[in-house]
Write a protein that binds this ligand. Structure first.
Ligand code: SF4
Ligand code: SF4
Length: 101
């Protein structure tokens, strides 16, 4: 199994998750991050540090988020790896407030 990033990451991309991942399995585009399921070791370290609760264990997540398993696999395969914390997106504070965190 793997962990996955879901829609809450969109327009946030705080990348706190990247700083705790022991195997550098995060990839990103202009809007959000994705986890490479081939590299994730399911340690769970990224889940509590995400300020908008975007990350789930794929084996234990709400059914309506199922599609994110494929999205993470497809996008991480073609996007550059992110190995250090990046500045959050300019939209991050508003998005976080919108999500209620
Ligand atoms: S910490 Fe959460 S919001 Fe930030 S990049 Fe990681 S998954 Fe996205
Ligand atoms: S569960 Fe662990 S290995 Fe997988 S993405 Fe999160 S921090 Fe990285």
């Amino acid at each position: 199994m793997t962990h996955i990033v879901t829609d809450n990451c969109r327009l946030c991309r705080f990348t706190d998750c990247v700083t705790v991942c022991p195997v550098e399995c995060f990839h990103a585009d202009e809007e959000r991050s994705y986890i490479d399921p081939e590299v994730c070791i399911d340690c769970g370290a990224c889940v509590p540090v995400c300020p908008v609760k975007a990350i789930y264990d794929a084996a234990d997540m709400p059914e309506d988020l199922d599609r994110w398993v494929a999205v993470n696999a497809e996008r991480s395969a073609i996007l550059p790896r992110v190995t250090a914390k990046q500045p959050e997106l300019p939209t991050a504070a508003a998005r976080r407030a919108e999500l209620g965190y």
